[in-house]
Design a binder for this molecule. Structure first.
Ligand SMILES: *Cc1c(COP(=O)(O)O)cnc(C)c1O
Ligand code: SF4
Length: 340
């Protein structure tokens, strides 16, 4: 299949690989990021002096959205390695949602009826400090080609599977040819009725939404669902809005999931602003996740009581279709469990 160019996509074919260059220029060190934001180390006294292997990673365009936000900026807080990550907290684990036992093949997780999750690859364009996969042994997944071959054979053989979810890492970091090959092979399996991608790239690296990608998504049957992952209204800048509008115009169903994070979005005004901004971008809120208890992220936790109170306030304020479902993922549960 040849991906056609699209009238709706802003980014021309000549700029197809601009996103790779942009990713190569992402911030990987704390000091240059702080300098870019006009901040000094002394203003952020809780920094981790020696962040471990889950290093800082922030594309410059996403960092630009933090400008003027000060040391407590809600976007900065999501990416800045803090000393608090080293505090060992009881009940917080390395595999908080039972991914290990759910693996049917390397990188193929089966937890829920009809749906399987395929980890496309291990890399992300941003490192979110609260990530439940921050300790995931991506290195042990094995080489892409043979591994995905095994996963595809399993999906093909299991006619009870009706939806395949590409997650990661970030599936949109796959090269165009690889992604096209994977999606086309999945779409060709008769019992796969829905294809879903989970990605943070439309907002952290909007240049990834190229004309070629739009063309690929447009030609897919079944029509793809894209679940983006935004926690705060300011993450959706003008470039993200343009990218999402382009995807929506191509017929991609756009949903958002957030994680409820202390100091980022644990207030009703912020949550309402996020839903409204999502709507401006053609995206409907899907889930608001209670934090997965992953070791190193306890400082982001919000109590269930506070979470329910926030949801009540949000429901009293917004139309029902702009209110996400508050859920928790528990190892071994048959679905994401509703909390309110
Ligand atoms: C979250 C998740 C899904 C999708 O669940 P939905 O409720 O359909 O969004 C599917 N498989 C796995 C392994 C998951 O973690
Ligand atoms: S983009 Fe998603 S998978 Fe990657 S670090 Fe952030 S939360 Fe984790």
């Amino acid at each position: 299949m040849v991906a056609r160019s699209s009238a709706h996509c802003q980014i021309e074919a000549a700029a197809t690989d601009a996103w790779r260059r942009e990713l190569g220029q992402a911030f990987t060190q704390v000091d240059p990021l702080l300098e870019f934001l006009g901040l000094h180390r002394d203003q952020v006294p809780t920094l981790d002096p020696e962040p471990g292997p889950f290093r800082l990673l922030v594309p410059r365009g996403f960092a630009a959205l933090m400008r003027g936000g000060g040391p407590a900026d809600p976007l900065l807080r999501q990416v800045l390695p803090l000393a608090a990550e080293r505090v060992l907290t009881a009940g917080f684990r390395h595999d908080p949602v039972g991914d290990g036992p759910a693996a049917r093949a390397p990188g193929l997780l089966r937890k829920y009826a009809e749906r399987a999750l395929l980890m496309a690859q291990g890399a992300c364009a941003v490192h979110c400090r609260y990530c439940f996969r921050r300790h995931f042994p991506y290195g042990a997944l094995g080489t892409y080609g043979p591994r995905v071959g095994v996963a595809l054979a399993q999906i093909q053989a299991d006619t009870t599977l009706h939806e395949v979810i590409l997650s990661g890492g970030d599936p949109l970091l796959l090269a165009d040819d690889t992604l096209e090959d994977l999606l086309t092979r999945l779409a060709a399996i008769p019992h796969v009725r829905r294809l879903r991608l989970h990605s943070r790239l439309p907002l952290v690296l909007p240049s990834r939404i190229t004309a070629r990608l739009c063309g690929l998504l447009r030609t897919l049957t079944p029509r793809p669902v894209l679940v983006i992952h935004t926690n705060h209204a300011r993450e959706l800048g003008a470039a993200a809005q343009a990218a999402l509008t382009a995807l929506g115009t191509e017929g991609v169903t756009l949903l958002n999931q957030s994680v409820l994070l202390r100091g980022v979005n644990d207030d009703v005004t912020g949550l309402a602003a996020l839903s409204e901004r999502l709507f401006d971008c053609g995206v409907l809120p899907y889930y608001l996740h209670q934090l997965d208890p992953v070791q190193g992220a306890a400082h982001f936790a919000v109590s269930d009581r506070q979470a329910r109170r926030l949801m009540d306030a949000l429901r009293a304020r917004l139309p029902g279709y702009l209110v996400p479902r508050l859920v928790r993922e528990s190892a071994g549960a048959p679905c994401k469990e509703p909390l309110s």
